[in-house]
Design a protein around this ligand. Sequence first.
Ligand SMILES: NC(=O)c1ccc[n+]([C@@H]2O[C@H](COP(=O)([O-])OP(=O)(O)OC[C@H]3O[C@@H](n4cnc5c(N)ncnc54)[C@H](O)[C@@H]3O)[C@@H](O)[C@H]2O)c1
Length: 352
Amino acid sequence: MSDKYRVGIIGCGGIARLHVHGYQGVEEVEIVAIADPVEDALNDFGESYNIQTRYLDPREMLDKENLDIVSVATWHRLHAPMTIAACARKPKAVLCEKPMGTNLGECDEMLIAAQRNNVKVAIAHQRRFNPVWTDARQLIANGAIGEPRQIVCKGGQGLLNDCSHLFDMMRYVLGDPDAEWVIGNVERKTERYERDIPIEDRSAGIIGFQGGCIGLLLQEIAGPNYQGGIIYGSDGIIDLTEQRALLLNSKRAEWEDRRAEGENPSVAQVQELISWIEGRSGHRGEAINGRAAVEIIMAIYDSARLHEVVQMPVRTHASPLEAMIESGDLPVERPGRYDIRAMLLRGESMQP
Ligand SMILES: NC(=O)c1ccc[n+]([C@@H]2O[C@H](COP(=O)([O-])OP(=O)(O)OC[C@H]3O[C@@H](n4cnc5c(N)ncnc54)[C@H](O)[C@@H]3O)[C@@H](O)[C@H]2O)c1
């Protein structure tokens, strides 16, 4: 019998392929089983990677396969129940997709499940393993732009989806400070959904981080949307994308174009998971960081709901956006539900 870590994947869609890429790049692991209730998805995926042990019911896989590592790669609403189901079977680790949960109540239950069962839970904000972003983090830590004062990002697809990476990026490059306060607003005049979660048409948030840096995120307000941002400091600027960091400061006459090289982020994310399991390091995607990104999002929604500057920690456990929709505080003016990710569904479905 192989002495490799036994991996099972829940949800066989697009992002699960990136998880496979990550696991295939690390010798100590072996993907032994996959689960997805949609037979087509399960079999396509199994055939692509030659994985023969397939389950329509993820809990049956968890019960039978004695897994060491579980990937949760389903849509957002299933992140909490699937992570909690996995933790209850006591694997060594769970790697769950972002956003960690759709509200803070879910995130906290995931943390309880991890602690109760002594399972290491990481959230796949894999850009923390992008060497360019790590380079930016080190530059800032070493004072290359002086005191960081502002980070400006432009995102889309609602705050929970792509923007969760951006809030995570703000924290990552600043050295993971806590958010102290948040003010924000949302506009939702259409019945917009993303992977079955109601999202706003547009939104903006301003975040006050410990240490004094201010984060600003514009969602569908002023494109183009991209993964990255501009970080302004007292003595310089870093203009960051996924591919490069441009650096300017008082020691340079021109912009320096920095392109750090390193391991593929999906592979590096799994390597660090193994090192975490074996007690050689922590994991930079550990769940507490995934929760922090969700908390900033919920604070923006709660600021819109309560018309106030939200002082952290957020004490609303449900999604304030969903609460506003249910209470009628955010009336739709142009009715008709649509999901910007309906193209991911199979067959005739337009809704899950
Ligand atoms: N980290 C990133 O950069 C990144 C990129 C894309 C997507 N994601 C995240 O990954 C998640 C999945 O997105 P996707 O684009 O892969 O979606 P997808 O629709 O391609 O895949 C989801 C899969 O989950 C399956 N599924 C549905 N119900 C299930 C259940 N009860 N048990 C097991 N499987 C079930 C579906 O049949 C489908 O095959 C989302 O939460 C998304 O935010 C992250």
